[in-house]
Design a protein around this ligand. Structure first.
Ligand code: ADE
Length: 250
C-alpha cells in the first residue's frame, strides 16, 4: 500500500512514521510512504506557499498552484487518479470503519493544510474525501494525517506480526476490548482472573466476549445498540443495568 503525503513539514512526518511498527512495515516493503514538500513546487525566491485571503479575514490561506504541482508530480507517473484525502476539522470523523475501508485502497494521497485554510479551488479539483480526527482544531493536518496513516497501515496484512491481534481489539468488532493481563500472576494483591490461567480455551473465549461487553457497557454504552448480541448476551446486559441501578441507589 502506498501513501503520498503533501505537507510543509515532511521531516516531522518522516520522523514519526519512520519508527516502530510503521517503520518496520516500510522496511519490509509492505507500505510505502512518500512525504512531498509542497514548498518545493513554488517558483519565487521566497518559496511562498500562502497569501492573504480575498475578502479579508484572519490569517493566511495556502495557494492552489504549489499544491497542484506537488500533486501533479505524483499523478504524472500514474495512469489513474489516486484516492485523495484532505485532513480538516470540517471533514467526516475518522473511525475504525473508515480505517478498514481505506486499508483496501492501494494508493492514497493525503493533503495536510496549514495556516487558516487552503484555497477552495484546489480542494474542489483534487480531493475525494475530507477527514477530521475529532471535533477540535489542530494547527495543521500533519498530526491528523499521522493518525490516519498509522491506523490504516496497521490493518494492511502482514504489518502486525499476529493478524489476530486486531480482530479482537477495541472497535474492530464494534465492541471495546476485554481487559488484558500479563505476568506476574499476582501484583499489589490483585490476582489475574482464574479463567485466564485455566488453559480452558472455550471458557477463556466466553470470558473475553463477556468482558468486552461489560467494558463497552461501562465505557461506551451507545456502541452496544449498534451490534448484534445473542439472547444470552442481551440478558447479561440487562443484568449489568440492574447491578448499576442497585449501586446508584446505595
Ligand atoms: N486540521 C486541523 N484540525 C484537524 C482535525 N481535527 N482533523 C483533521 N485535520 C485537522
Amino acid at each position: 500500500m502506498r501513501f503520498d503525503i503533501l505537507t510543509l513539514f515532511p521531516d516531522m512526518m518522516e520522523a514519526v512514521l519512520g519508527d516502530s511498527i510503521i517503520g518496520r512495515a516500510k522496511k519490509n516493503g509492505l507500505i510505502e510512504i512518500n512525504c512531498i514538500q509542497i514548498r518545493d513546487f513554488t517558483h519565487d525566491k521566497h518559496r511562498q506557499v500562502d497569501d492573504y485571503p480575498y475578502g479579508g479575514g484572519r490569517g493566511m490561506v495556502m495557494q492552489p498552484q504549489p499544491i497542484y504541482e506537488a500533486y501533479q508530480s505524483i499523478c504524472d507517473k500514474l495512469d489513474y487518479k489516486p484516492y485523495t484525502i484532505y485532513l480538516s476539522p470540517q471533514g467526516k470523523t475518522f473511525r475504525q470503519s473508515t480505517a478498514k475501508r481505506l486499508a483496501k485502497k492501494e494508493h492514497i494521497v493525503l493533503l495536510c493544510g496549514h495556516y487558516e485554510g487552503v484555497d477552495q479551488r484546489i480542494l474542489d479539483e483534487i480531493v475525494d474525501a475530507e477527514i477530521s480526527i475529532g471535533d477540535y482544531v489542530l494547527t495543521g493536518g500533519e498530526i491528523a494525517c499521522m493518525a490516519v496513516v498509522d491506523a490504516v497501515s496497521r490493518l494492511v496484512p502482514g504489518v502486525l506480526k499476529d493478524e489476530e491481534s486486531f480482530s479482537e481489539e477495541s472497535h474492530y468488532s464494534g465492541l471495546l476490548e476485554y481487559p488484558q493481563y500479563t505476568r506476574p500472576e499476582e501484583w499489589h494483591g490483585k490476582k489475574v482472573p482464574d479463567v485466564l490461567l485455566s488453559g480452558h480455551h472455550k471458557n477463556i473465549c466466553e470470558w473475553k466476549r463477556k468482558m468486552s461487553i461489560k467494558t463497552t457497557f461501562e465505557k461506551r454504552r451507545g456502541m452496544l445498540s449498534k451490534i448484534k448480541l445473542s439472547e444470552k448476551e442481551k440478558n447479561f446486559v440487562e443484568e449489568l443495568k440492574r447491578e448499576q441501578n442497585c449501586k446508584g441507589k446505595k
